[in-house]
Design a protein around this ligand. Structure first.
Ligand code: NAP
Length: 282
């Protein structure tokens, strides 16, 4: 299939690499061109050029503003001629998805993912889609290369809501884990042993296993999920909750701690850096 991928960040690049390896005819575009180096794909000059060359466009962009600029900006994806389906796989708001879908005659589907860079590399992402099973049929050759579990949630925007709900737990756990380790550190327990006991307990979760190196020595490892994007996720969650008049006091605290860490210069570091922040380190 002719597939376009816009957004070659930490997640988008390994996803594009998997689509190339699976034999799709892939065209890529990224705001900063160097990110495509080494990929066996055509580099489009603009998002419009990308959409001219692809039947299906996958976007993996930072946030609503980035996604809006790439879809609806001058020479944006929606100005292209060929693409009939746009899969927005970044974590964005449901309102943004509905706005995009209303702007074009093509189909815009929210298809955010759970999992991080190892899962993007291995094709084991959990994909939530704001579409019916029928609507996903022609997309299976793409989705099955990227993920090993695909949830068709029906209406546009539902997957965006679901993804935000999942990340409330991820970021809440990140915060509580940081506090727990700050406490065990202060009480003189060995960090590695304390982490492994938590990870092996009833509180253990898959993300503790694959993010273990970052919690044990964040500075020694590449960023997999920037702290600023975690704050963005919590902003999305709180805005959504406000719209439904749902109280989320714990999530508000998680958001505030992330924002405080970001203001202190931690935004580009991995979200595990919240541990260093809670410990008063730089
Ligand atoms: P990332 O490495 O920071 O990449 C962000 C991408 O968005 C880059 O390609 C960047 O282009 C592009 N971008 C940002 N602002 C833009 C703008 N105004 N116009 C055009 N392009 C713009 O982020 P990531 O970790 O891959 O995450 C991408 C999305 O997936 C986010 O919504 C994130 O929340 C979500 N997500 C991430 C993970 C994870 O573990 N990392 C897991 C699940 C979901 P440049 O290269 O030019 O900056």
């Amino acid at each position: 299939m002719r597939v376009g991928v816009a957004g070659l960040g930490r997640m988008g690049r390994p996803m594009a690499a998997r689509l190339i390896a699976a034999g799709h005819e892939v065209t890529v575009w990224n705001r900063s061109p160097g990110k495509a180096d080494g990929l066996d794909a055509t580099f489009a000059a603009t998002p419009r050029d990308l959409a001219d060359r692809a039947e299906v466009v996958v976007t993996m962009l930072a946030d609503d503003a980035a996604s809006d600029a790439v879809h609806r900006g001058e020479d944006g994806l929606f100005a292209g001629k060929l693409a009939h389906t746009f899969l927005e796989m970044g974590t964005v708001s449901p309102g943004h998805i509905r706005n995009l879908d209303a702007t074009t005659r093509a189909m815009v589907i929210d298809a955010p993912v759970s999992g991080s860079t190892p899962q993007a590399q291995g094709g084991t992402l959990k994909i939530m889609a704001g579409a019916t099973e029928d609507e996903l049929t022609h997309l299976r050759p793409i989705l099955d290369v990227l993920g090993d579990r695909i949830e068709a949630l029906g209406d546009r925007g539902r997957a965006a809501v679901m993804k935000i709900a999942v990340n409330m737990l991820i970021h809440g756990m990140n915060q509580t884990l940081a506090e727990a380790l700050a406490l065990t550190d202060a009480a003189g327990l060995d960090r590695t042993r304390a982490f492994d006991i938590i990870a092996g307990s009833a509180a253990g979760a898959p993300m503790l296993a694959y993010r273990r190196p970052l919690y044990l020595d964040e500075a020694a490892h590449d960023v997999t999920f920037a702290l600023a994007l975690a704050r963005k996720d919590m902003d999305l969650a709180l805005a959504l909750a406000e719209g439904f008049a749902v109280a989320m006091p714990q999530s508000a605290t998680t958001r505030d701690r992330l924002a405080t860490a970001e203001a202190a210069g931690f935004g580009a570091r991995d979200m595990a850096a919240i541990l260093a922040h809670e410990r008063g380190e730089t």
